[in-house]
Ligand binder design. Structure first.
Ligand SMILES: CC(C)(COP(=O)(O)OP(=O)(O)OC[C@H]1O[C@@H](n2cnc3c(N)ncnc32)[C@H](O)[C@@H]1OP(=O)(O)O)[C@@H](O)C(=O)NCCC(=O)NCCS
Length: 335
């Protein structure tokens, strides 16, 4: 049975390892809500939403589709895809800002639901950048030999965090979950996570935050956002981590096969890609179908592009995201 090793000597003994993606999975709530359906409930229009964001529809969770339920389904599908079982996993990280409960960690609920009884499980909170932070964290466990196979889940139910009276934010978000399995493999194979780059700057708190929490109001609160400022920061700043991830790996945008960014807004994605010199036909876009699913958006997009045959073994893939905090990051992966 696999166990999580914390022996400090272990990292020094670990061979040259890389974290290789061996499976992907996803789960979306059944209910689809189009822009036209939203326009029946509030003063908005399909044209306004599509033109500003590229979003055409989003999935909204039913009462029994909690973050852990969506996350568990995505995780099971990633395990199946990898041909692995619960006994093979010794680390579960769930990136989420919409946990079922304040505690225990949603990751532990997913762990239990899947029948994983060894290793560690914890949540990671970096809002929309959570999946990139989780991949980076898991990579440290795997490449030091502290864990062998990690299940990394991004799962969110932002429909429960938005203020449905605020048309400037509620039309942007959706629910869903995605997952990948990362396995420690010999670096000589050339596959795996090649570089990662993370940043945070807490001075931007008021641009994108939730106005409640267990330690302040004792309530869950609602999402608040200065949309224009977030837009400007995202396009102006987030590219630094992409440039850094390329530089660390000695690669450029020319070498890239697929750019899989956080799916918040089509205009932010395209402006960022243009700035870096990433060709538009290398962008994986799912924001039209999913809306902004926060930490779930990248693993959902990865699963879509892998299952439809775009992402293939050996491809060079860049993931990148920015979220509340602000926190932002990128990871370059040889699939
Ligand atoms: C939110 C966003 C789409 C708004 O677009 P914008 O061009 O900045 O629009 P503004 O906020 O300036 O609003 C323009 C007008 O549209 C109106 N408007 C806002 N939401 C609307 C809606 N859902 N439907 C129709 N009109 C709307 C505003 O009231 C405003 O009207 P006014 O000019 O009469 O005052 C855009 O700022 C954005 O995408 N920001 C980034 C958000 C994001 O991706 N966040 C997540 C990061 S993880």
């Amino acid at each position: 049975m696999a166990t999580l090793r914390t022996d400090p000597e272990q990292s020094r003994r670990a061979p040259n390892l890389r974290s290789v993606v061996v499976g992907t999975g996803s789960s979306l709530p059944e209910r689809v809500v189009t822009n036209a359906a939203l326009a029946e409930q509030m003063d908005t229009s399909d044209e306004w939403i599509v033109q500003r964001t590229g979003i055409r529809q989003r999935h909204i969770a039913a009462a029994d589709e909690t973050t852990s339920v969506l996350g568990m389904r995505a995780a099971q599908s990633a395990l199946d895809d990898a041909g692995l079982t619960a006994d093979d996993i010794d680390l579960v990280i769930c990136a989420t800002s919409t946990p079922d409960h304040t505690f225990p960690a949603t990751a532990t609920q997913i762990q239990a639901a899947l029948g994983i009884h060894q290793g560690a499980a914890f949540d990671l909170q970096a809002v929309c950048a959570g999946f990139v932070f989780a991949v980076t964290t898991a990579d440290k466990f795997l490449t030091t030999g502290a864990a062998r196979r990690a299940l990394i889940v991004g799962a969110e139910t932002f429909s429960r965090l938005v203020d449905w009276e605020d048309r400037t934010t509620c039309v942007l978000f959706g629910d869903g979950a995605g997952a990948i399995v990362l396995e420690a493999q010999a670096a000589e194979e050339g596959r795996g996570v090649l570089s990662t780059s993370l940043r945070s700057d807490g001075r931007h708190r008021e641009k994108l935050y939730v106005d409640g929490g267990p330690g302040s109001t004792g309530t869950t609160g609602h999402l608040r956002m200065e949309g224009r400022d977030v837009f400007r920061f995202a396009v102006g700043q987030v590219t630094d981590v992409i440039v850094d991830a390329f530089a660390q790996a000695g690669m450029t945008a020319e070498d890239l096969d697929w750019f899989v960014p956080h799916q918040a807004n089509r205009r932010i994605i395209e402006a960022s890609a243009d700035k870096i010199g990433i060709a538009r036909d290398k962008i994986v876009l799912t924001v039209d179908r999913h809306g902004n699913t926060s930490a779930a958006s990248i693993p959902l997009a990865l699963d879509v592009a892998r299952r439809d045959g775009r992402i293939k073994p050996g491809d060079l893939v860049m993931i990148e995201a920015i979220g509340g905090g602000f926190s932002w990051g990128a990871a370059l992966i040889r699939w």
